[in-house]
Design a protein around this ligand. Structure first.
Ligand SMILES: *Cc1c(COP(=O)(O)O)cnc(C)c1O
Length: 386
């Protein structure tokens, strides 16, 4: 089977993890700090906090923003469930903003309308979590200006978007947001097996997340509430978690980030080949604006339901029968039973429902070679025209 995505691990990565295993540190230690520095430097952000996965990073981001019971958070319905669950972990409520039909990201006009309506009803969110779907950056200038005018924090769930660029700045620089989250799950841009990170320009938010990442414990003299009893002394000042990234994982991340630009270039080349091959086919490729670079975590196409109500499913199954594991990203979060039980109905976000009927993620990953990609292109073309 050709998967829709997979990790690239080489001998340098293996050696880096073995070296970490032989070092004095196994849990969070110097490799973790170096990995944080490397990602912060790559993105040009001053602070980075590594976590055991991006779900934990999203949770820490919400906690640092003091999201709690009675608060409301908005996100996109077209995302992985973790983008919504982080608000619920904090006891807050979640709501969604419908997507743009061509970029599959949060629609700015839909956001504008919802803010105006909610402002009138006094039901504004405390934070908006945007998702750069497939690595394609959202309209951050417009989104950040809107949110700022209502006093709403902006969090980027950039799980797909390490290596993406928006208006000459890397996603992760937090130019238009308070916090940015990356995932290092194996299908994402680089991997630590499991792992995540939060980036921010706000030192206070970074300190908070560092504290909450490790049980709510602090040691720095300026953060203690009482004089230290001795050198062993620490204080628990908040209800924190164990969300640390181990040095074994961080060593893998450090080795991987050296190859990130190469990975992005490979994905761009593959995406360009798909775009050229598909110009004459009855399908629509995700739109990427001129002023941004997509990392192409995913290559998403829409197969119009005008070709038949189950045209997408037909293509999906034909690809499976030819050894190609295309995927669907994502089932709209608000239609999941857990969320429909909380009162959401499919018709609340019609653009997301229409997208879900038509979307398909085709294989894209650095080691996908031309031969395998040609097999995908031929199979898509035959499924659509045969
Ligand atoms: C993968 C992903 C996550 C969760 O990442 P983990 O590291 O597996 O916790 C969250 N949001 C989005 C959009 C993702 O794609």
């Amino acid at each position: 089977m050709i998967p829709y995505g997979r990790q690239s691990i080489d001998e340098d990565d293996v050696a880096a993890v073995v070296e970490a295993l032989r070092s004095d540190w196994l849990t969070q230690g110097p490799a973790c700090a170096h990995f944080e520095e490397a990602v912060a430097k790559y993105c040009d952000a001053p602070h980075a906090v590594a976590t055991c996965n991006a779900t934990a990073a999203l949770h820490l981001a919400c906690l640092a923003l003091k999201i709690g019971p009675g608060d409301l958070v908005w996100t996109s319905p077209i995302t992985f469930v973790a983008s919504a669950n982080c608000a619920l972990y904090c006891g807050a409520n979640i709501d969604f903003v419908d997507i743009d039909t061509e970029t599959f990201n949060i629609s700015v006009p839909a956001l504008q309308r919802k803010l105006a309506d909610s402002g009138r009803d006094g039901r504004l969110p405390k934070a908006l979590i945007v998702v750069h779907i497939a690595g394609t950056p959202c309209d951050m200038k417009e989104i950040s200006a809107l949110c700022r005018s209502y006093g709403i924090a902006v969090v980027e769930d950039a799980s797909h978007a390490l290596g993406s660029i928006y208006c000459d700045t890397k996603i992760g620089a937090c130019q238009f947001s308070d916090l940015t989250i990356f995932s290092f799950h194996p299908v994402k841009m680089i991997t630590t097996a499991e792992g995540g990170m939060v980036l921010t320009r706000d030192e206070h938010l970074a300190d908070q997340m560092r504290c909450l990442r490790s049980h709510g414990i602090v040691r720095a003299p300026n953060l203690l509430s009482r004089p230290a009893d001795g050198e062993w002394y620490y204080e628990q000042v908040a209800l924190g978690y164990n969300y640390r990234l181990s040095d074994l994982h961080a060593a893998l991340g450090l080795s991987q980030i050296r190859k990130l630009e190469h990975f992005v270039e490979r994905r761009q080349t593959i995406a360009e080949r798909y775009r050229k091959a598909f110009v004459r086919l009855p399908l629509t490729v995700q739109h990427v604006e001129q002023d941004r670079r997509s990392s192409y975590h995913l290559f998403i196409v829409r197969i119009s339901s005008e070709l038949g109500i189950d045209a997408r499913s037909r293509v999906f199954h034909q690809l499976r029968s030819r050894g190609i594991a295309a995927q669907v990203h994502y089932i709209p979060v608000h239609t999941q039973p857990f969320f429909s039980n909380r009162g959401f109905s499919a018709k609340d976000f019609p653009a997301s429902i229409a997208y879900y009927r038509e979307c398909l993620s085709l294989p894209i990953f650095p080691e996908l070679d031309c031969e395998a990609q040609d097999h995908v292109i031929c199979s898509v073309s035959q499924a659509l025209t045969g």
